[in-house]
Design a protein around this ligand. Structure first.
Ligand SMILES: Cc1cc2nc3c(=O)[nH]c(=O)nc-3n(C[C@H](O)[C@H](O)[C@H](O)COP(=O)(O)OP(=O)(O)OC[C@H]3O[C@@H](n4cnc5c(N)ncnc54)[C@H](O)[C@@H]3O)c2cc1C
Length: 239
């Protein structure tokens, strides 16, 4: 029987099941306290309160607020062992995070292309924006950041494939922070080069920014990843 209140369950609208991670043994060691349980979306006691509006929008499957109120499911719905929730989350989060990174890099690439096309086509103060050094700096910096992020992403993926997800944790955290920030940086420059058009909804840039901003939070905020990156780095030189 599950009782709880969860904010931000992405894609709940239209889904057939929710995977609930919930504390099943509060006395166990921290990493053995939670379990994962499959709950059909129409199960009595699973109450979708609302899709939480994100930057003014509620579309798609929503980022839903859900209340679990005496939500009873069969024991067979347990995913893996009791207390195995953290372990499953860790196994899933690595590939999930790097997938977000690949999307972010693809989005940044698109934003850079739009930035360049606009810079080449828009005449301001007697010449194309592309002739202005401030704009060239934005293009060059974006190109450098994207390629650095792509190579780090490929490196993290290669490490996952060759030595395993656990051993690649540092690189996964690193690219999680880098890709989300590069995406934001490049989008911001693309918006700047587009002028007022950039913040309008007449190009995809504003929507990309709105959708992309969550990547610095979801699957762990930048600061949490940086903290673990720093801890591992410091531990290498602790003795
Ligand atoms: C659009 C969107 C969709 C989401 N979808 C899902 C989903 O489907 N399923 C799901 O389970 N979750 C989902 N989340 C939740 C997401 O994983 C959390 O928002 C994220 O883990 C951060 O937790 P929090 O919001 O409680 O922030 P908090 O933990 O309150 O942190 C707030 C801020 O405090 C700072 N901070 C926190 N910890 C530290 C630290 N250790 N050191 C320094 N600074 C720190 C950071 O700046 C952080 O951004 C989603 C979030 C968003 C925005």
């Amino acid at each position: 029987v599950i009782n709880g209140h969860k904010w931000f369950t992405s894609g709940a609208i239209g889904a057939s099941v929710a995977i609930v991670m919930t504390v099943t043994d509060p006395e166990a060691q921290p990493h053995l306290r939670a379990s994962m349980i499959i709950v059909p979306i129409d199960n009595p006691g699973l109450n979708i309160i609302r899709p939480v509006p994100v930057m003014g929008h509620t579309g798609g499957g929503g980022h839903c607020e859900i209340r679990y109120e005496d939500c009873r499911v069969p024991a067979a719905n347990l995913l893996g062992p009791v207390g195995g929730g953290f372990m499953i989350a860790q196994a899933r989060l690595g590939p999930g995070r790097i997938h977000h990174c690949m999307r972010a890099i693809g989005g940044a690439e698109r934003a850079l292309e739009m930035m360049c096309r606009r810079a080449n086509g828009r005449i301001a103060f007697g010449e194309p924006l592309a002739k202005k050094q401030f704009v060239q700096d934005m293009v060059a910096t974006s190109r450098m950041e994207i390629d650095q992020a792509r190579l780090l992403c490929l490196y993290a993926a290669w490490k996952m494939d060759t030595v395993g997800k656990k051993e690649a944790r540092q690189e996964i955290s690193m690219i999680k922070v880098v890709a989300a920030n590069v995406f934001m940086n490049v989008l911001d420059r693309a918006i700047q080069v587009h002028g007022a058009l950039g913040v309008s909804d007449d190009t995809p840039l504003a929507r990309m920014w709105r959708d992309g901003r969550m990547l610095r939070l979801a699957d762990g905020p930048d600061e949490v990843h940086k903290q673990t990156i720093a801890r591992r780095e410091l531990a290498r030189f602790a003795s």
